[in-house]
Design a protein around this ligand. Structure first.
Ligand code: AMP
Length: 399
């Protein structure tokens, strides 16, 4: 089978992750990160065939300059590489209700992505910048948009509607959209393969636990509920995000404690979650180390993180009825046997029995079941969002 290489771009407001992926098997030919856009310190690092590279970009560089460097100085320096490209695949954070699956990018699609920008004001405009720069660099290649929200569009209104005046949904699009859809889709498909069941008959709860985190209830292969909301602030305790809180706290802090609305929002996004409770770090490894040293706030942060997660998982038994597999993924889900153990202990009502050896051994990118033979199944599946983007892109452009 000939290689089907896809340049995968994930444009943030001040950074850009990139990769060249073989859509046939997920092999990563190049991966890299450009960061500190619009600052004197703009820079890029990458890996190609195991070899690392790094450079400073001209001061104040952004998406266009970064993509131009990637194309001219990295890709085109590898003989015959660019000729194997079949598409450029873009991760787009918000597709609103317009995009229920990946699409080949046309002027109408760009317009649609722009229309969804009010729901993701930092991310969607960055994706548009990436799309324009990639189109200039590869005018002959088709471009594909893969949306973080698309997988969640199968949610029923009972899951996605807030109990707010209905016109806010109809007129303003205020509803739950969910994020991390590409990851939840990938691990649920992999779980079905591991269970040797068709995805259309498989029920999965997937917990994507990274710096951001979300849980997703997947019934017969389709998302029926998820923990993130209109934005990624809702749901679980995350690295620096608070997850679910009583919205009156915002009014209380503004009217009684002298905060500005933007100050409160900044606090909920950047100073809460694991960082806020522990006062130490948003990085789970630091929290674990501090727990081992007996730091009480770190222990509290870890325990609240696990408790909130277990409650969400238990709640998703309602839409699923039967849970074929509980899947852990993301940096914490893939690597912290401690979190997995604690969460499964909190879920003993479902009969989970952890296999301590398997749980400890399933780290560093390994996939596997971590429960005992006669227990309901919990497994670890390393996520691979770039491969989904490459597969969708290749499939759409060769269809
Ligand atoms: P991600 O956003 O998926 O890259 O995940 C980042 C999170 O994974 C951070 O909180 C890391 O501390 C956490 N993480 C990575 N490796 C480990 C590990 N070995 N044990 C616990 N947490 C980890």
């Amino acid at each position: 089978m000939s290689n089907k290489l896809v340049l995968v771009l994930n444009c943030g407001s001040s950074s850009l992750k990139f990769a060249v992926i073989n859509a046939n098997n997920g092999d990563e030919v190049i991966s890299g990160l450009a960061e500190c856009f619009n600052l004197p310190d703009a820079r890029m690092k990458w890996k190609i065939a195991g070899e690392k590279g790094a450079t400073h970009l001209p001061a104040n560089s952004a998406h266009k300059e970064a993509i131009s460097y990637i194309v001219e100085e990295i890709i085109k320096k590898e003989e015959g590489l660019a000729e194997q490209f079949v598409a450029v695949g873009h991760r787009v954070v918000h597709g609103g209700e317009q995009f229920t699956k990946s699409v080949v990018i046309t002027p109408e699609v760009c317009k649609g992505i722009n229309e969804c920008a009010s729901l993701a004001p930092l991310h969607n405009p960055a994706a548009i910048m990436g799309i324009r720069a990639a189109r200039d660099a590869f005018p002959e290649l088709p471009q594909v948009a893969v949306f973080d929200t698309a997988f969640h569009q199968s949610m029923p209104a009972t899951s996605f509607l807030y109990a707010l005046p209905y016109h806010l949904y109809k007129e303003k699009g205020i509803r739950r959209y969910g994020m991390h859809g590409t990851s939840h889709l990938f691990v649920s498909r992999e779980a079905a393969k591991a269970l040797d069941k068709p995805i259309s008959e498989t029920n999965v709860i997937s917990a994507h636990l990274g710096n951001g985190g979300s849980v997703c209830a997947i019934k017969n292969g389709q998302c029926v509920d998820t923990s993130m909301g209109m934005t990624p602030l809702a749901g679980l305790v995350m690295g620096t995000r608070c997850g679910d809180i009583d919205p009156s706290i915002i009014e209380h802090l503004v009217t009684r404690e002298g905060y500005s609305v933007s100050g409160v929002m900044d606090m909920l996004q950047k100073q809460s979650g694991l960082l806020g409770i522990s006062g130490i770090s948003s990085d789970f490894r630091d929290i674990q180390n501090a727990c081992e040293e007996g730091n009480q706030q770190a222990i509290l942060a870890r325990d609240i993180f696990c408790y909130r997660l277990a409650k969400y998982i238990a709640g998703y038994a309602v839409p699923l009825g039967r849970i074929d597999a509980l899947v852990f993924t993301g940096g914490i889900g893939e690597n912290s046997d401690l979190v997995r153990n604690k969460v499964l202990e909190l879920l003993t009502v479902f009969g989970y029995q952890v296999d301590a050896e398997k749980n400890k051994a399933t780290i560093l990118g390994k996939q596997g079941t971590i429960t005992k033979e006669n227990s309901p199944i919990a497994m670890v599946i390393p996520t691979n969002e770039e491969w989904v983007i490459a597969q969708d892109s290749a499939a759409l452009v060769t269809a």
